[in-house]
Design a protein around this ligand. Structure first.
Ligand code: NAD
Length: 365
C-alpha cells in the first residue's frame, strides 16, 4: 500500500521524537512491503520564524492533501511574547479546526513493565488501569470568543464556552461507538450542577443512550472525576467529555500511567485522514539533548496505521516491539525506576537509541 504522511516535526524535542517514529514507520514499510512517503510541514514556532505565521495556508493544504498527519510538538519560550493569535499553539488549534478533527482519543493504559513508575499506590495500580478519554476537540471554550476589555482602568477578560447540540451529538456518538467496541461502559463527564453547556451535554448523552442499549451510560461531575481517576482508575473504561475538561483530565490520566512521554493520541473527524501526536508538549527543558522519550510518538504512528490506514497487524507489530524493548529493560530517563534495585535491571538509553531498539525489535505480527 502507498500512503502519504504529512510530517510536522515542530519545536523543542519535536524533531528528535518524530525522527524515531519515522524510522519505525520505515521499518514497518520494509517488513510489510508498503511505501510511506513524507511531506514536510512547518507548523508552530518554526513556521513563525520561517514564514511569520504558525500555520501558513499552504502548510494546512499539505496536511489536507495527505493520508494522515504525524506531529511531534510545538511551542517554546522563544515565542512567549508573540501576540495570542500568532502563538505556536494557535497553529495547532487551526490545524485541528482545518482538518475538522473533532474527536481526540487518548488511551490511559499502564504497561506492566512500568507499573512501578506510576505515582499511585501499588494496591490501586494492581486493580488495572486501561481506559480511553474521548475528548471533543474543536468546540467549547478554546474556540469561543476571547476578549480583554478595559473600563475605568479595570481589565475584564472573557472566554466564551459554547456548544451546539450537533457538536455534542457527534462526539457523543464516538463515545458510545468506542464503548461498544470495549466493555460497553461509558462515563459522560461534565459540570451540570453549574454550567448550561454541561446541562445540554448531559441531555444529549441521555437522548443518545436510547440508541445504544448495549452501552451502560453513567454521569460524573468533572471535579469528582479528577478525584476518581487517582482513587480508583480501574472503574473507568471510556470517558467522553468536552474540550477543556478532556485536556486537563487526560494529562492527569497520563501521569498515573507512569510518564507523559508514553502516551499517544489520535484525532479524527468524518474522514480517515487523522492527526496523530503524543500528548506531551515540546519539552524545551530537554530539547536537543537526545534524552526525550519517543515512545508516545512511536505509538501515535501505530494508532495512525490502525485507525487511518486499516493496518492492524502493522500497528500490533509496533506495539509488540515497544513491549519487547521494555521487557528487555531499556528505559529513557523519564521511565527509569527510582528504586535502585529495580533500576539495576534496566539500562538507560537516549531518544535515538530507543528508536533504533524499537525498529530492531519489529517482527511481522
Ligand atoms: P511538556 O509536556 O512539554 O513538558 C512537561 C514536562 O514533561 C517537562 O519536564 C518535560 O521535560 C517532560 N516531558 C514531556 N515530554 C517528554 C518526553 N517525551 N520525554 C521525557 N520527558 C518529557 O509541557 P510544558 O513544559 O508545559 O510545555 C512546553 C511547551 O509545549 C509550551 O510551549 C506548551 O505550550 C507546548 N505544548 C505543546 C503541545 C503540543 O504541541 N501538542 C502540548 C502541550 C504543550
Amino acid at each position: 500500500m502507498n500512503k502519504k504522511i504529512a510530517l510536522i516535526r515542530g519545536d523543542g524535542i519535536g524533531p528528535e521524537i518524530v525522527a524515531q517514529a519515522q524510522k519505525v514507520l520505515d521499518g514497518v514499510a520494509a517488513l510489510y512491503g508498503h511505501t510511506f512517503t513524507y511531506d514536510e510541514v512547518d507548523m508552530g514556532g518554526v513556521a513563525i520564524d520561517r514564514w511569520g505565521d504558525p500555520l501558513p495556508a499552504a502548510m494546512l493544504d499539505k496536511c489536507l492533501a495527505s493520508d494522515s498527519v504525524l506531529l511531534g510538538a510545538v511551542g517554546g519560550n522563544k515565542w512567549n511574547d508573540v501576540p495570542g493569535n500568532m502563538r505556536p499553539e494557535r497553529g495547532l488549534l487551526r490545524l485541528r479546526a482545518g482538518m475538522g478533527v473533532y474527536s481526540n482519543n487518548r488511551p490511559a493504559k499502564i504497561w506492566p513493565q512500568l507499573a512501578s513508575a506510576s505515582p499511585l499506590k501499588k494496591s490501586i495500580v494492581d486493580k488495572g488501569i486501561d481506559f480511553i478519554i474521548v475528548r471533543e476537540l474543536i468546540g467549547g471554550i478554546y474556540f469561543g470568543q476571547h476578549k480583554t476589555e478595559e473600563t475605568d482602568g479595570q481589565k475584564t477578560a472573557t472566554d466564551v464556552l459554547q456548544y451546539t447540540e450537533a457538536e455534542i451529538e457527534r462526539i457523543g456518538r464516538i463515545g458510545f461507538e468506542t464503548a461498544r467496541k470495549r466493555s460497553g461502559r461509558l462515563c459522560s463527564v461534565e459540570k451540570s450542577n453549574v454550567l448550561d453547556s454541561s446541562r445540554l451535554w448531559k441531555a444529549v448523552m441521555h437522548r443518545l443512550a436510547g440508541e445504544y442499549p448495549d452501552v451502560t451510560l453513567t454521569d460524573m461531575l468533572v471535579d469528582n472525576c479528577a478525584m476518581q481517576i487517582v482513587k480508583d482508575p480501574s472503574q473507568f473504561d471510556v470517558i467522553v467529555t468536552e474540550n477543556m475538561f478532556g485536556d486537563i483530565l487526560s494529562d492527569e490520566a497520563s501521569m498515573i500511567t507512569g510518564s507523559i512521554g508514553m502516551i499517544p493520541s489520535s484525532s479524527l473527524g468524518s474522514s480517515t485522514c487523522g492527526l496523530y501526536e503524543p500528548i506531551h508538549g515540546s519539552a524545551p527543558d530537554i530539547a536537543g539533548m537526545d534524552i526525550a522519550n519517543p515512545i508516545g510518538t512511536v505509538l501515535s504512528a501505530a494508532m495512525m496505521l490502525r485507525y487511518s490506514f486499516d493496518m492492524p497487524a502493522e500497528a500490533n507489530a509496533i506495539e509488540n516491539a515497544v513491549s519487547a524493548v521494555l521487557d528487555a529493560g531499556y528505559r529513557t530517563g523519564d521511565i527509569m525506576p527510582s528504586d535502585p534495585e529495580e533500576a539495576a535491571g534496566c539500562q538507560r538509553v537516549g531518544c535515538t537509541r530507543m528508536g533504533d531498539l524499537i525498529t530492531g525489535m519489529l517482527r511481522k505480527d
